[in-house]
Design a protein around this ligand. Structure first.
Ligand code: AMP
Length: 543
């Protein structure tokens, strides 16, 4: 028989209740070690906050309104209660626990197997009605505490929850394996559940990177000016243009090729013109690169190319007007061999052996060996040249560095346009004035501080009329609470805002305000977990 979900919940609660890492590990290790194989896989996946393993493409797609309907019904509370509770917690899972409270569940208690079986069924169900029914049946049998986690997972809120590193460490401890081995197997399999099982059975060593199981992309740290580069790591430096397009991880094996976004969504059919040229390359590979369009040898501005984003199938007309290219700047796997641990220099050598042909391109790579003033001068020249080619700025990489999936470190630095921008999430919207009457054009936005979102400003210029109209429709459908002029919305729309200065201010809960904020663009490619943080704001303000 499958273990009870209530035990899983007490474990998750116990982990949240202590700030001490070692205690967290001990609680998790004891629990994971006690489970049978099948439950171990499920429990680990749920602790990671996701209904399915990362390599799995299924999604629950239970909308906010279905979720809140079911919740209101289960708790017998009103929409007002729910809105008030949401204002307090800003997390639908905590809202669920509060609304249901001590109200006893009905029917058989829920097991771990019941939870996954319901998630499987919800993902497979078509239409809101059947999905809602499945969730309703599960929540009827759940206590308030159990509902907290079910709702968190369904609404995707635990994405910024239990850190993967913590879980990996606990798995290592539970089965007496080393931490590195667990982290590596996790990255290569794309499944924390399968990783836990491998740890138990001592089979962590498999060296293959799973095809069509996207892994996190390596991220870059912004530097505020070129002089900062020299303080981050010593020469030599590898410099590439920073292409302003869409990040793509390409997997090819046999006669299949897929492109994945940085959020690990499959985006292959947005760029059909890239498929044949990629398939034509012999052997298997995983590439990291940027999709963008070129016209007369210059990069097309992102805002022009972006019109293709968000469409599942691209009109033939657009395809011929703005055909996509892929600049492949890294290789993570080639013919069955994972290359992540090799240095950038070694990876680049392997990359350039791959017979890629237009529209798949290699980036122009330059090496800079100087330090001090000559370095700054060389970077200055490179930066200007990159801008001249229509690119956003420079990427400066450490040639000695391995590929670190999902990590933002100092080994890749990005130097963008001199204008400062922040990636933020919209938390509230307001009806516009004058010519913007009748559309939701004023956006309040927040930065991230751990799991919390803290407002930092409000902006109302920068988007096109068409974008504003589309956003209005979106926000109307994703309003959490309607205050008339102002609406609290689901915090999932990421935008990039530019500003002249950051100043301390009492006006917003972050304790800072932006001077002259304006919206640069929508960032549908960026998940909320990757927006800028309060720390970054402090860093900029501190200068
Ligand atoms: P940002 O999206 O502003 O955080 O900047 C990081 C992004 O720059 C990466 O996620 C890539 O999509 C993009 N990028 C553009 N050119 C390169 C390059 N040569 N190397 C690595 N990343 C690049």
């Amino acid at each position: 028989m499958s273990a009870s979900f209530a035990d899983w919940v007490s474990t998750a609660d116990a982990v949240r209740a202590t700030a001490k890492k070692l205690e967290k590990h001990a609680v998790l290790a004891r629990y994971l070690g006690s489970l049978e194989d099948g439950d171990l896989v499920v429990a680990a996946r749920l602790l990671a906050g996701a209904p399915f393993p990362r390599r799995d493409e299924r999604v629950l797609s239970v909308g906010w309104s279905a979720l809140s309907d079911v919740l209101l019904e289960r708790s017998g509370k009103t929409g007002e209660d729910m809105a008030a509770s949401y204002q307090r917690h800003a997390d639908l899972g905590d809202v669920a626990a509060e609304l249901i409270g001590e109200d006893p569940p009905r029917g058989d208690r829920v097991s771990l197997a019941d939870v996954v079986a319901t998630f499987d069924a919800i993902a497979a169900a078509r239409g809101v009605g059947p999905k809602r029914e499945l969730l309703r049946a599960l929540l009827a049998r759940s206590s308030g505490d159990e509902a907290r986690y079910i709702v968190k997972i369904v609404s995707g809120e635990t994405r910024i929850g239990l850190r993967e590193g913590l879980l990996e460490e606990a798995i290592a401890r539970a089965f007496g394996r080393d931490r590195e081995g667990v982290g590596r197997a996790h990255m290569l399999t794309g499944d924390i559940g399968a990783t836990a099982l491998r740890a138990r059975h001592d089979t962590l060593g498999e060296p293959t990177l799973a095809h069509f199981a996207p892994i996190g992309v390596m991220l870059a740290t912004p530097v505020l000016d070129l002089a900062e580069v020299g303080r981050r790591f010593p020469p030599p430096y590898v410099v590439e243009d920073k292409y302003d397009g869409i990040r793509a991880q390409v997997h090819k094996a046999g006669d299949r090729v897929e492109l994945y976004s940085r959020t690990m969504d499959r985006i292959t059919n947005r760029y059909p013109e890239l498929v044949a040229p990629l398939l034509a390359v012999p052997g298997s590979f995983v590439l990291d690169g940027e999709v963008l369009a070129f016209s007369d040898g210059r990069a097309v501005p992102f805002t022009d190319f972006q019109t293709r984003l968000g469409r599942k199938d691209v009109a033939a007309e657009l395809r011929t007007k703005l055909p996509a290219s892929l600049v492949a700047f890294d290789v993570l796997e080639r013919d069955g061999r994972a290359l992540l641990d090799l240095s950038l220099t070694e990876r680049s050598a392997i990359l350039r052996q791959i017979p890629l042909e237009a529209p798949i391109l290699f980036p122009d790579q330059r090496a800079i060996a100087e330090s001090g003033d000559p370095l700054a001068a060389a970077l200055e020249r490179e930066f200007a040249a990159a801008r001249e080619r229509g690119n956003e700025g420079l990427m400066v990489k450490d040639p000695r560095s391995p590929y670190r999936p999902g990590r933002r470190g100092m080994e890749w630095l990005k130097v963008k346009r001199p204008l400062r921008t922040l990636d933020v999430v919209v938390t509230g919207v307001e009806w516009g004035h004058g010519k913007r009457r009748g559309v939701l054009s004023d956006y309040t936005f927040a930065v991230r501080d751990g799991e919390r979102l803290l407002n930092i400003g409000k902006a109302y210029s920068g988007l096109t009329d068409k974008e504003i109209a589309e956003m209005t429709e979106y926000f109307l459908a994703h309003t959490v609470r309607d205050y008339g002029r102002f609406r609290l919305v689901e915090p999932d729309t990421v935008i990039e805002v530019a500003f002249d200065q950051i100043q301390p201010s009492e006006r917003h809960e972050s304790g800072y305000a932006l001077r002259f904020p304006r919206i640069v663009r929508l960032r549908p490619d960026k998940p909320v977990s990757e927006i800028d943080t309060l720390d970054e704001v402090r860093r900029i303000a501190g200068r």
